[in-house]
Design a binder for this molecule. Structure first.
Ligand code: URA
Length: 215
């Protein structure tokens, strides 16, 4: 299976993304914008969720509608810490989802990924997995997260990022296992990374901008 990569183009997304990128946007507004952007992204990212028939009675008649299939429950995995800024928006739309946690950070010298927290179900067979993380830079973090869930049997994985860098997307296209149905949805795509692995122009350090600096 090939990786599907979607860059969303919509006036609301372009507007909110530009405000998010602005270095003068304070943390409180940044958090609000990230929350709004993930709900807009989720509209596209959840397009293939399974639904089943449901009959309801309206005040004036019978309606043959649909409802989301709740078993097995989808799982949303925020990559700590910046992914937490996208969790609430996602859970508002998928209240039946379970939440797993992965704490991944970069070695700032080598840019290698280090796992410092992992709380995922042992078996993800048949589960729909949504990984949320604002920045897809080198692709290393997302590749590591995919390995964790792939090892546990997940075969349907969607990543929601706010900004992706082209080198990271190219890296994932080459390395992601071919037996998964993998979709990446982003609000914007930038061309390059700087020497520190930051996306340029990007928006800076998403974790710092959401939550402030912690040494
Ligand atoms: N992580 C961030 O927070 N920002 C980047 O530009 C790259 C990785």
């Amino acid at each position: 299976m090939t990786m599907q990569f979607t860059v969303l183009h919509h006036p609301l997304i372009d507007h909110k993304l530009t405000l998010l990128r602005d270095k003068n946007t304070p943390s409180s507004e940044f958090r609000q914008l990230a929350d709004e952007l993930v709900t807009l992204e989720a509209y596209e990212a959840t397009r293939d969720l399974d639904v089943e028939d449901k009959v309801v009675t309206t005040p004036v008649g019978v309606c043959h509608g649909k409802k989301l299939v709740e078993k097995p429950r989808p799982i949303v995995i925020p990559i700590l810490r910046a992914g937490l800024g996208m969790l609430d928006g996602m859970m508002r739309l998928l209240p039946m989802a379970e939440v797993g946690f992965l704490g991944l950070k970069r070695n700032e010298q080598t840019l290698d990924t280090i796992t410092y927290a992992e709380r995922l179900p042992k078996d993800l067979t048949g589960r729909e997995v949504f990984i949320v993380d604002p920045m897809l830079a080198t692709g290393g973090t997302l590749a590591t997260a995919i390995n964790y869930v792939h090892e546990r049997g997940a075969r349907k994985i969607t990543a929601l990022d706010i900004i992706a860098a082209k080198p990271g997307v190219a890296m994932l296209e080459k390395t992601v296992p071919k037996d998964i149905d993998f979709h990446v949805v982003v609000c914007g795509e930038d061309d390059v990374l700087n020497d520190h692995g930051y996306i340029v122009p990007g928006l800076g350090d998403a974790g710092d901008r959401l939550y402030g600096l912690v040494d």
